[in-house]
Design a protein around this ligand. Structure first.
Ligand SMILES: C[S@@+](CC[C@H](N)C(=O)[O-])C[C@H]1O[C@@H](n2cnc3c(N)ncnc32)[C@H](O)[C@@H]1O
Length: 328
């Protein structure tokens, strides 16, 4: 039945909206019943071990490069990774590089295949230098049929939001808070930023990889890539509040948030419409990504009120990396 509804939903914008309204309600009820298992974040479920390793390595390298982190600067650092999904490989890479500890916090529990997860960790261990292997071994023990994490080094927390976690922690602080493809899934990120601010040590850093696109909702059906911005806020909220669909915050929201917190921040554009991914990512400066394209002109009159008057650039920037530092 769900598959039939999904198939029909592919036909038109209103059918997609109807399906997403139904799906959001279904997911909210599931969460309310205490079931936190999800396939959001099951990034590695259908990948080969080699592809998973490459994905983890790429994400780790992006954090290092754009976060301006060196291996030396990681020594002794306490890290919090938000929304790791079905694999703790990125956390293990940081520990192998010399970080003191990592807490991985996920509001949900991404479905995973434990044999595949163990195979990824084993292959990762083999790819490390002897010094990194010895740090890796302090964080995790791999046996023929089990993976045991040393909680002093790598702790995973599921089923709570960052706000609830910050309330419980007392005075524990982090030097680095990271995430990839998580902030856009949080319908109202304000309280999460407030929690990050409480949890970050003075001088600590944030590095967040944020997707500003529509997660393929309309564009993968051949519709205009900004179709999701034409839906009124009152309806969109009922599609996205609990389903992990993007919250539609644009780059300007994150810029303002960093100003409000008094953080020094830089943004790198990782994806720009109409062409997509920018490799390497380019640092944002107002006006730098202006272009001659009819893409926005073709849809502007249909945009919902929050987006109608935004600069073309704000509408075309489709992915960013936020790098910020809390003042000392
Ligand atoms: C698109 S997945 C990304 C997973 C992983 N970071 C990656 O790059 O493969 C989004 C992840 O964020 C988690 N998530 C969603 N809302 C969250 C929240 N409020 N707090 C923490 N994690 C959240 C989801 O459960 C999921 O694991």
């Amino acid at each position: 039945m769900r598959d039939l509804v999904k198939k029909l939903a592919r036909r038109s914008k209103s059918a997609i909206i109807a399906y997403k309204l139904f799906d959001n309600r279904r997911l909210r009820k599931r969460i309310e019943s205490g079931n936190i298992e999800t396939i959001h974040g099951s990034t590695h479920l259908n990948r080969s071990v080699a592809d998973s390793l490459a994905y983890i390595q790429r994400q780790f390298s992006v954090y290092i490069k754009y976060g301006d982190l060196s291996y030396d600067s990681l020594k002794g650092k306490r890290i919090l990774e938000l929304g790791p999904g079905d694999n703790l490989g990125v956390a293990l890479k940081f520990l192998a590089a010399g970080a003191a500890s990592v807490v991985c916090l996920d509001r949900f529990y991404s479905k995973r295949n434990s044999d595949h997860e163990r195979a990824i960790y084993k292959a990762m261990r083999e790819s490390l230098s002897a010094e990194e292997q010895s740090r890796f071994d302090q964080a995790v023990t791999l046996t023929e049929d089990d993976v045991r994490f040393n909680e002093e080094k790598l702790r995973s927390v599921y089923g709570v939001g960052l706000e609830g976690f910050a309330d419980k922690l007392g005075n524990e602080k982090f030097d680095l808070i990271l995430s990839c493809a998580v902030l856009e899934e949080i319908y109202d990120p304000d309280p999460v930023f407030a929690a990050m601010h409480r949890l970050l040590a003075p001088g600590g850093s944030l590095v967040h990889i944020i997707d500003l696109g529509d997660y393929g909702m309309f564009r993968e059906q051949g519709m205009h890539p900004l179709t999701f911005l034409t839906i009124s806020e009152s309806i969109y909220k009922r599609m996205a509040s609990d389903s992990g669909l993007p919250n539609r915050k644009r780059l300007g929201y994150y810029i303002e948030k960093m100003k409000e917190l008094g953080y020094q921040s830089k943004f790198f554009v990782t994806s720009l419409l109409p062409n997509g991914r920018l490799e390497p990512a380019a640092e944002y400066a107002p006006g730098r990504f202006k272009q001659d394209s009819n893409l926005v002109a073709n849809i502007r009159s249909k945009l919902a009120s929050d987006f109608k008057n935004l600069d073309e650039e704000q509408l075309l920037i489709d992915g960013v990396l936020l790098v910020a530092r809390k003042p000392l």
